[in-house]
Design a protein. Structure first.
Length: 279
């Protein structure tokens, strides 16, 4: 993990200021009720990756949550660029938070607060992992699944249980259809090399979007549809995707183990295509 000793700047209360001096009003709905949204993008060599797609998703989340963002997308790009210049952390993450606003009654949506934080982040590896991770399934459906909210209550609550049963991450499922991991999208590769990912009841990640695009551009078969937990356990390959990880292979799901094909796998092909998008 990168350690930054110099003071960091953020955007809060409509101005750029030192992170140590920033805060959220205690009357804000984010504090009082956990009502807020965010988006998170990776910075590589001081370049914000796929910022347009992240801002599109942020504004879509805001629309669904009835939060009116005062700034335009161009305004946000300028603020992000200024923070990147002032902080000078070549490899980092940018978190854009829209808090519900100061509510005198602690319940009514008010004028939202915009907070933008830049944090150091190790650059992900340039080769796909050969180890893989162990997933454990859990019956749960996030509310407003298409929105990137600040609500990670269940995911954090389950961490102790997950570790106690030997898991590295959790796979949510509901009505026998898998949906997502708390911070990642899920994909499987069938025995006939078709890439399959859930179509509903999950947050559509930016890396997921890029995977779909590069698969179609390179003639790889891809389907977006419901996947039962049993079908996923019969997969040839399983992998997760996110902005910070790109792709990580899954070595096991509950009691089922998967062989990792290494550089010959479909997931490795997709990984290399994603890497090319960042250059």
């Amino acid at each position: 993990m990168l350690i930054i000793l110099k003071p960091l700047y953020c955007f809060a209360q409509n101005q750029i200021s030192l992170l140590e001096n920033a805060g959220v009003p205690v009357g804000d709905l984010l504090v009082q009720r956990g009502y807020g949204i965010f988006d998170y993008l990776r910075v590589a060599n001081n370049k914000p990756l796929f910022i347009e797609a992240h801002l599109d998703r942020l504004f879509n989340s805001a629309k669904i949550m009835r939060l009116n963002i005062a700034q335009s997308k161009d305004d946000l790009k300028k603020i992000v660029a200024e923070l990147i210049e002032k902080n000078n952390i070549p490899f980092s993450g940018i978190r854009l938070i829209i808090a519900g606003g100061n509510a005198p009654d602690g319940y009514t949506i008010s004028v939202p607060h915009l907070i933008i934080i830049q944090q150091p982040l190790d650059a992900p590896p340039t080769q796909i992992s050969t180890k893989g991770i162990q997933l454990v399934s859990y019956f749960y459906q996030r509310q407003l699944a298409e929105v990137k909210t600040t609500d990670y209550l269940m995911a954090i609550h389950l961490q102790a249980w997950m570790k106690s049963v030997g898991g590295d991450d959790i796979l949510y499922y509901n009505n026998d259809s898998v949906s997502e991991c708390p911070r990642s999208n899920i994909f499987m590769v069938s025995q006939d090399n078709t890439i399959i990912t859930p179509a509903n009841n999950m947050l559509k990640g930016i890396t997921r979007k890029n995977i779909i695009a590069v698969a179609e551009a390179n003639g790889l078969k891809l389907e977006q549809r419901d996947i039962s937990l049993n079908e996923m356990k019969k997969a040839k390959e399983v992998f997760i995707s996110s902005s910070t990880k790109r792709i990580i292979p899954v070595s096991g799901l509950d009691e089922q183990k998967f062989s990792l094909e290494g550089t010959k796998s479909i997931s490795a092909q997709i990984f290399n295509h994603l890497l090319a998008l960042e250059s």
